[in-house]
Write a protein that binds this ligand. Structure first.
Ligand SMILES: *[C@@H]1O[C@H](CO)[C@@H](O)[C@H](O)[C@H]1NC(C)=O
Ligand SMILES: *[C@@H]1O[C@H](CO)[C@@H](O)[C@H](O)[C@H]1NC(C)=O
Length: 504
């Protein structure tokens, strides 16, 4: 108890000071080293064995970029072999920059991989979390067309999501990955900023690729993208309804091991940790004493609080840090694994690969830094962290837009239990039927890869033998999931979800 409370008080009283600094942040970047959340972000980044040279992609570059969107077809050097006899040149891989409309000088970097299967496949956009980590983490380690071999060659990924979709990866919020600005005022602090930039990007993208604008469109992502995704889906839907620009054929959004409804998810930490044997009952009881305070703090934050949201971040994160202080060196993204020193995963080859001159030349990024994860972007989003993003979802479900929430069962930080609870607690016209629906095995190649519950447009999938990064741990099951979900057949052979969707 003493330990938990001292954490609590320290952060609670320190936080106003941090708040003042953070609120000035857009004008006096880069932020001071001593700032606690920024240190926390740096620790997270080191756990992935990443060492970005800069904390934020803030640089003067290419004033000549006058067009909205500059895109090139490219071929990665060091790619081993053709794909089933098809030369990579024929597969249409694109990299580009979008000059963000409502910004001072921001450019958003993206990859676009046309489907290895058919141009008529849906267009799927992937967003990595952090906040502040590049989507290239997923491209090379989760669901992209290739993976990086030890010798830094690229090898085709048999289960890349580009086998069932035309796949987009964007680096965002601005300052992350290859996305940059020369003006610190372009740093985003909330989901309005994030979702408007993404929506504006989509408009420019579909203008450039009108052939793809009639395809089905899906939003996907992971972790902190549990915030981005509902906000982005709502933004697209709002744009469609108001007939702003090009109509985007939004059919659904999927959140993998995400943070969406903090009030429910923070409360689930100790239950999950106890169930999984990470903490003992005495520790459970002790840490749980913080929960009522955390709940009040989150309630004050709501969907659009400011200072209260920052305060709740500090209060509620003591729950997580207390669990970790008992958990030893476990990897909080996959509790089956240990971290070796500060190292939990080794994604360093991505940085090495993207810093190679031949790769940079192929992509056309020139001297632009690659910031794998930005502690500054992380810190800039702190006010957003505890906001409830579940609030906007029921309206999307009522309009027939599908939501899939999936979670690898061994992730602690955005665990399946907290995700399952908010999905069940969500109030919408199909809530009763969803709650009453039976769980069914999600079978892939004859064995159970997960447990699925679905009704109408809503589905929840607990994925076996996976941690935080489901497509990395279960690539085959995750590709099957994407295929069946985008084709409205999540339950293999069984009662087709399509019927239920049609009823709504
Ligand atoms: C690098 O590794 C890949 C995959 O193991 C292999 O196919 C390729 O031949 C290797 N390339 C070189 C130049 O050794
Ligand atoms: C499917 O399952 C069979 C039998 O368990 C196995 O031999 C085969 O390798 C699996 N196929 C794939 C592509 O994983």
């Amino acid at each position: 108890m003493a330990e938990v409370m001292s954490f609590f008080f320290v952060f609670f009283f320190v936080s106003p000071i941090v708040l003042c600094r953070a609120s000035l942040s857009s004008d006096d970047l880069p932020l001071e080293r001593s700032n606690f959340p920024s240190l926390q972000a740096e620790e997270m980044i080191r756990k992935l064995n990443l060492f970005p040279a800069e904390k934020l992609n803030l640089m003067e570059h290419d004033p000549s970029l006058t067009q909205r969107l500059v895109e090139k077809r490219f071929k990665f050097p060091n790619l081993v072999g053709d794909f089933e006899g098809v030369p990579v040149e024929d597969l249409a891989h694109h990299a580009g920059y979008y000059k963000i409309s409502h910004s001072h000088a921001a450019k958003m970097f993206y990859f676009f991989f046309e489907s290895r299967n058919s141009k008529n496949d849906p267009v799927v956009i992937w967003l990595t979390g952090g906040p502040g980590c590049s989507s290239e983490l997923a491209l090379f380690y989760e669901n992209g067309p290739f993976t990086i071999a030890k010798n830094l060659s690229l090898v085709w990924n048999e289960y890349g999501w580009d086998k069932a979709s035309n796949l987009l990866y964007v680096d965002q919020p601005v300052g992350t990955g290859f996305s940059y600005s020369s003006d610190a005022r372009d740093i985003r602090h909330n989901e309005d900023g994030v979702s408007n930039d993404l929506y504006d990007f989509l408009q420019a993208f579909f203008k450039e690729h009108p052939d793809f604008s009639k395809n089905d469109f899906y939003i996907t992502g992971e972790s902190y993208a549990g915030h981005y995704i509902p906000a982005f889906a709502a933004r697209v839907h709002r744009g469609n309804k108001a007939k702003e620009g090009i109509h985007i054929n939004l059919k659904g959004f999927a959140i993998g091991n995400g943070l969406t409804d903090p009030a429910i998810q923070y409360k689930a930490y100790t239950d999950y940790a106890l169930d999984m044997g990470i903490i003992k009952k005495a520790e459970y009881d002790r840490i749980n004493k913080v929960i009522p305070v955390c709940e009040i703090a989150i309630k004050l934050c709501g969907t659009d609080g400011t200072v209260s949201c920052m305060a709740s971040y500090f209060v509620c994160n003591t729950i997580f840090s207390s669990i970790m202080s008992h958990a030893g060196d476990i990897n909080y993204y996959d509790i089956r694994k240990k971290c070796d020193g500060s190292l939990c995963y080794d994604f360093s080859n991505m940085e090495k690969f993207l810093n190679k001159k031949s790769v940079r030349d192929a992509l056309g990024v020139g001297s632009i830094d690659f910031v794998s994860c930005s502690p500054t972007v992380y810190q800039a989003m702190l006010m957003d962290w505890m906001r409830n993003l579940e609030a906007g979802i029921p309206a999307l479900l009522e309009d027939g837009i599908k939501l899939l929430v999936y979670a690898g069962e061994y992730d602690l930080i955005c665990n399946w239990l907290g995700n399952s609870r908010w999905v069940h607690a969500m109030e919408w016209s199909g809530q009763k039927q969803f709650v009453a629906s039976a769980e069914v095995p999600f079978e892939v190649n004859g064995s159970e890869a997960g447990v699925l519950k679905a009704y109408g447009p809503l589905a929840f999938l607990k994925v076996h033998d996976a941690g935080h990064m489901v497509p990395m741990d279960q690539p085959r099951a995750s590709l099957e999931m994407l295929k069946r979900w985008t084709r409205s057949k999540l339950t293999e052979g069984g009662a087709d979800q399509g019927n239920l969707v049609a009823e709504l």
